[in-house]
Design a protein around this ligand. Structure first.
Ligand code: BES
Ligand code: ZN
Length: 988
């Protein structure tokens, strides 16, 4: 069906969870979207239900008194049941938490022993502030356990007689508190653990005074299992089939506490030292360089002692124990850059190493602050939830985001490596040196890195044409932000599942887009000097969004714009405007309104209300046929504006090159002129502008603000379009329609029309893997579409190349693999599928593994689909990091869609347990499986299923997916006739 090939423009971010990073291959439908009051999604909560019970006042009081007495009794029993610790208590009865599905009930503040937990906040108190951590860690990889001790030096900022810090899934056999000055032990009277908030509370017998320093020693024990967060185990196989285990970490956002007890909030910056016990046959890595290694006992164990870190947040701490090989390069300024990979894959590390050196060197100048650590390690880890993680000096990557094999991997794979390397290195400044104060400003980290990754990747390899591709980033953000269940960039978050939830397109792509807009209207130089000032002012500290605005304001006073006032309208309210252009009495009237896909949704009906009544400060710019080279900009200050109508023009392009985060609508005469110009000579517009027209038109149709005919008329010129960017935009938009009409009679006419559009390109591009970077991307997409639409020659050629590949793998160009695998698997038999499976297991090129894993989702054989769904949760067959991509990949084909949904329903407990709370991938699962449903029956089924389930970090995703289904239903209601008529008229 519909270009499963093509959904990915919408999903560029956090593609870690997709199987392959090729543009053509990520099939995640991670485009959620729709309006439904969230209250309707959930059953009444217990308090709500209780309110419905009616009883007399007297009875109520009696019941309350009895309940109170009962609670007191329980507390008394509990406190007698457990000996009260004093100094160095034996607390081994605090056990590992069980791993049953974590639910997110309202906080009850009940400790593990039944006693009330005295600290009633998710954030820690600010009375005790950590200054340094000395971590001693002893992992036992084969026994899958670790134990250790942390010594935390802390300042007392306010007098207090208790200490609260974080732990998660750790046993605490011992702890002690000492006064740093006197060295004397401070007696403790009580300790409690509260699992829900992942907190540990120690009550002291004396009050600590402000200005004192204390030393907190805590021993801990944990499990080193394959779980993708905290301190965990990961296994790879050598070519001879031998299994090798490594131990590694992933802490962001809230899992440092699962590796060692700590004050696990970004604001608590401290210095870290590490002593790591390891086997002599391994190496260990930490954020900082190794200082010395000493033998430990006589049994082959040694201890690695590392240099002390700079002041940093806990979520950036990392360590790895492995048996890897490495390659390295020392930069002119002495910083040593090293890539670590399993020994048999080190030959795939060269591109990442060179790229990292180039980008680091560039960023040193760009940010105006030198990279402060003596080394930067890049480590490839076989099981990794994200694409990569920016731990300071020790960046950890998923294999596909760092390894590149010229002979086997595609250019899209190569670009992905460059982008991820550039992104994580940008974080070394934005995120690591200056960190958001709290997760509600996550966008400062991720939006920024997503903006700078284009600059960095461009430096790594200029012919990737990264800047041309930025418009796709903007489009993907605008799409999600058109939902009434979107959220503002700045969003309140409290618990781990809410924090995980905002690693989404709004924080990433919208964040990047509004920075791009800001850089454009401030000018690159002002923007850069503002950034440098911000980094210098807040280095080794924390900042909020306003601090960035203040620095940029200061740097651009010559322009006379109020950065904070302008940008607040973009970060503090969700959504964005559509600017409508109309000719009235010789004037060009520009009006703005909140753009919503679902026109029935009412502003403010959802979770958020706008403090600005959904009005924005828009730097509206435009070009016209008489001044196509230079843009005119007018500010729309939360209002409408009129300017003289530019006489004698034949067309207008609002938001040229899509530098602003807004859409543009024109009156019908203007749209007609645009359409005519595109047909007559589309090259008068830039590729980004052609893409802009197409994306605006089709999205405006979906919102009921433009006739479908107008948008479809625009597509006629595509017969002559040879550029990737507008084609990519068109494919994404048409894909939406294709999908909706797939089961309708008119679909065959649609195919005819589409084939007419793409056939000139099919012929001119051919099957020879030549041309520019973006032309090669385009070839992949067009041929892929050819297979989807049933172009017989394309399918035949694809099948032929697939059979040839089976006997001679080197015969197939890496950039054609996706389409050839698709043609082969979709039209192949069980043996073809099995061949892919065997290749998947045999290859040691991660990008190839990912391509094959994705290719196998194209099968139409229902038996194979069921088998593969089963494999997706079998850890011996599919890595946990890839399961969601397999399931959503299968869900995006007509034969797999309902089976994947049934599978999700049947296996929900397992899926929730694996990904529900601590994973940013969970929303992708929900949206990927259900987002393309299109009937009321589906809507009700999805709604009723999730209304009785815990949804963890997919809470907003459920709302968005319901909104999306609702829109799908409405689109068909409103447009079926229109599209049928139009296609009948235009297909031949
Ligand atoms: N800081 C994130 C990693 C992360 C993601 C941690 C989600 C916790 C939850 C990292 O910098 C990141 O954004 N990685 C991206 C790659 C990037 C090129 C968009 C990813 O993992 O996809
Ligand atoms: Zn990031």
């Amino acid at each position: 069906m519909s270009g499963s090939a093509t959904t990915s423009a919408r999903h560029r971010k956090l593609r870690a969870s997709t199987i392959d990073m090729d543009d053509t291959e990520s099939r995640l439908l991670d485009e959620g979207e729709i309006s439904l009051n969230k209250k309707a999604v959930y059953e009444p909560s217990i308090p709500q239900r209780c309110r419905q019970l009616v009883c007399s006042r007297g009875w109520a009081i009696t019941i309350l008194v009895l309940m109170g007495l009962f609670l007191v009794l329980i507390a008394i029993i509990a406190s007698f049941a457990r000996p009260q610790p004093t100094v160095c208590p034996d607390v081994s009865q605090i056990k590992q938490s069980d791993t049953s599905p974590t639910t997110t009930p309202a906080p009850q503040y009940i400790s593990t022993n039944g006693q009330s937990f005295p600290w009633k906040h998710l954030k820690l108190p600010r009375s005790v502030i950590p200054v340094s951590y000395d971590i001693h860690m002893h992992p036992n990889i084969s026994e899958q356990t670790f134990k250790g001790k942390v010594t935390i030096l802390a300042d007392v900022a306010e007098a207090t007689d208790f200490i609260v810090f974080h732990i998660k899934d750790l046993k605490i056999p011992h702890f002690s508190v000492q006064s740093k000055k006197s060295g004397q032990t401070i007696l403790t009277s009580e300790y409690l653990e509260y699992k829900h908030a992942e907190q540990f509370y120690i009550k002291l017998k004396v009050k600590l005074q402000r200005g004192e320093q204390i030393q907190l020693d805590v021993t801990f024990e944990g499990q080193l299992i394959e779980k993708l967060s905290g301190f965990y185990r990961s296994v790879y196989k050598t070519l001879s089939g031998e299994e090798r285990a490594i131990a590694t970490t992933h802490f962001e956002p809230t899992d440092a506490r699962a590796a060692f007890p700590c004050f696990d909030e970004p604001e608590f910056k401290a210095m870290f030292t590490m002593n790591m016990v390891r086997d002599g046959s391994h190496i260990s890595l930490f954020n900082m360089p190794l200082r010395q290694t000493e033998p430990l006992g006589g049994n082959g164990l040694v201890v690695d002692r590392f240099e002390e870190s700079v002041k940093m947040s806990t979520y950036l701490v990392a360590f790895v124990i492995c048996d890897y090989a490495n390659i390295s390069k020392t930069m002119d300024n002495g910083v040593k850059v090293t890539v670590y990979t399993p020994p048999e894959q080190i030959d795939q590390a060269q591109f990442a190493l060179e790229g990292a050196v180039k980008a680091l060197k560039y960023y040193n100048d760009f940010f105006g602050v030198p990279y402060p650590l003596p080394k930067q390690d890049l480590v490839a880890v076989p099981d990794f939830a994200a694409g990569a993680m920016e731990n300071w000096g020790l960046i950890i990557y998923r294999m596909t985001a760092i390894l590149y094999d010229e002979k086997v991997s595609s250019l899209a794979n190569k670009q992905w490596v460059a982008v991820v390397v550039a992104h994580e290195l940008a974080h070394q400044w934005f995120g690591n040196l200056v960190t958001m104060e709290w997760w509600d400003d996550l966008w400062l980290n991720e939006g920024f890195a997503s903006y700078v990754e284009y600059i960095g990747a461009d430096v790594i390899q200029h012919d990737f044409a990264m800047q041309d591709q930025f418009v796709l980033e903007v489009q993907s953000a605008m799409y999600l932000d058109s939902f009434s269940n979107s959220h503002p960039i700045h969003v309140p978050v409290n618990d781990p599942s809410q924090i995980n939830e905002i690693f989404d397109k709004i924080s990433y792509s919208k964040g990047a887009s509004i920075l791009h807009m800001l850089a454009t209207f401030l000018g690159e130089d002002n923007f850069k000097s503002g950034l440098t000032a911000y980094l210098k002012k807040h280095k080794y500290g924390n900042a909020r969004t306003n601090d960035l605005w203040a620095a940029l304001q200061e740097a651009s006073h010559d322009i006379g714009v109020d950065v904070t006032a302008i940008m607040d309208t973009w970060t503090k309210q969700m959504g964005y405007p559509v600017v409508t252009l109309a000719k009235q009495n010789g004037q060009l009237v520009l009006t703005q309104e909140h753009f919503l896909l679902n026109s029935q949704a009412v502003d403010d009906s959802g979770e958020f209300t706008s403090p600005y009544s959904y009005k924005w400060y828009i730097p509206f710019s435009m070009t016209t046929s008489v001044n196509s080279g230079s843009a005119t900009t007018v500010w729309m200050n939360m209002s409408s504006v009129s300017i003289p109508y530019p006489e004698g023009i034949t067309w207008i392009k609002g938001n040229p090159n899509v530098t602003g985060f807004y859409r543009v609508n024109y009156d019908s005469d203007m749209w007609k002129m645009i359409s005519q110009q595109l047909l007559a000579d589309h090259k008068v517009f830039t590729a980004a502008d052609r893409a802009g027209y197409i994306d605006d038109a089709f999205t405006l149709v979906r919102a009921g603000k433009l006739s479908l005919k107008t948008a479809l008329d625009l597509t006629k010129y595509l017969e002559k379009e040879t550029d990737y960017i507008p084609w990519r935009t068109a494919i994404d938009n048409l894909n939406f329609i294709e999908h909706l009409i797939y089961y309708k009679e008119i679909f065959s006419t649609y195919k005819k029309y589409m084939l007419k559009l793409i056939n000139p390109l099919v012929t001119s591009l051919g099957w020879k893997d030549t041309g520019s970077h973006l032309q090669r991307f385009l070839r992949g997409h067009i041929l892929h579409l050819g297979v989807d639409l049933g172009n017989k020659e394309v399918i035949a050629k694809g099948k032929e190349l697939f059979q040839k590949w089976k006997t001679d793998p080197a015969s197939l160009s890496p950039n054609l693999k996706n389409v050839v695998y698709k043609a082969g698997v979709e039209n192949g038999d069980e043996a073809d599928w099995q061949f892919c499976w065997d290749q998947y297991n045999a290859t040691n090129v991660p990008s190839e593994k990912a391509k094959l894993l994705n290719a196998m989702t194209y099968t139409k054989d229902v038996r194979q689909i069921e088998l593969y769904l089963g494999y997706s949760l079998d850890k011996l067959k599919v890595r946990s990091q890839d399961s969601i991509s397999v399931i959503t990949g299968l869900a995006s084909s007509p034969s797999g869609q309902l089976r994947a949904w049934r599978f999700l329903e049947q296996n929900y407990d397992e899926l929730y347990k694996r990904y529900g709370v601590g994973s940013f991938q969970f929303p992708n699962l929900v949206k990927g499986v259900t987002g393309s449903f299109r009937t009321e029956f589906d809507y009700n089924e999805v709604k009723s299923f999730f209304s009785t389930r815990e949804v963890g970090s997919a809470k907003r995703a459920v709302q968005q997916t319901l909104e999306k289904i609702n829109m799908n239903i409405n689109w068909m209601k409103n447009h079926e006739q229109e599209i049928t008529d139009w296609l009948k008229e235009n297909a031949s």
